[in-house]
Design a binder for this molecule. Structure first.
Ligand SMILES: NC(=O)c1ccc[n+]([C@@H]2O[C@H](COP(=O)([O-])OP(=O)(O)OC[C@H]3O[C@@H](n4cnc5c(N)ncnc54)[C@H](O)[C@@H]3O)[C@@H](O)[C@H]2O)c1
Length: 143
């Protein structure tokens, strides 16, 4: 299964926030959309990612105010991208080795979606279920 397959099911929606937005506004969007991260976009360009982890570690733990801190001051600037042709197993390996939970997807330099660790786990489980079904059918001789 590829990233493209996952996006086909999940959709190409991308939730984002401007670098100058306050952390409070970003958290509000994340709560409304029920998501754990927002891409930080300057016009068409991805300049960072802001996640619940950034909030917990850079705002809550440090006693900073979410109302006066801009997203750009606490976002993560190093972003790893994947392309639609990459496999879900490659994404899982990347997420596990780099300790990240969200991967934006670029196709020919254009942002086409975002996948999370939950999307990847769900895809891997359904792949395994399919394999088990095939093996069961093979063993029992049914179709
Ligand atoms: N049943 C499902 O289809 C499904 C899929 C993914 C996650 N989940 C559940 O959601 C919970 C948290 O998931 P998570 O840790 O993977 O992260 P998450 O809460 O950030 O992601 C939840 C969903 O929102 C999407 N999403 C997140 N940020 C986005 C953004 N900025 N733009 C566009 N889409 C965005 C993800 O791709 C994922 O489909 C877990 O309990 C997980 O099991 C369920």
């Amino acid at each position: 299964m590829t990233v493209e397959n996952v996006l086909h099911v999940k959709g190409n929606n991308i939730w984002s926030v401007a670098p100058e937005a306050t952390v409070f506004d970003a958290i509000k969007i994340m709560a409304e959309k029920n998501i754990g991260a927002l891409l930080v976009m300057q016009k068409e360009k991805v300049v960072g990612i802001f996640s619940e982890r950034d909030y917990a570690r850079k705002i809550v733990l440090k006693g900073e105010s979410s109302h006066t801190t801009a997203v750009k001051d606490v976002m993560t600037s190093e972003i790893l991208f994947v392309n639609p042709e990459q496999t879900i197993e490659e994404c899982m390996a990347l997420m596990t080795s780099k300790y990240i939970r969200h991967l934006p997807v670029l196709a020919n330099g254009k942002l086409v979606g975002l996948i999370s660790i939950g999307d990847v786990v769900k895809a891997i489980i359904s792949e395994h279920e399919y394999t088990i079904k095939l093996l069961e059918n093979y063993i029992t001789g049914s179709r």
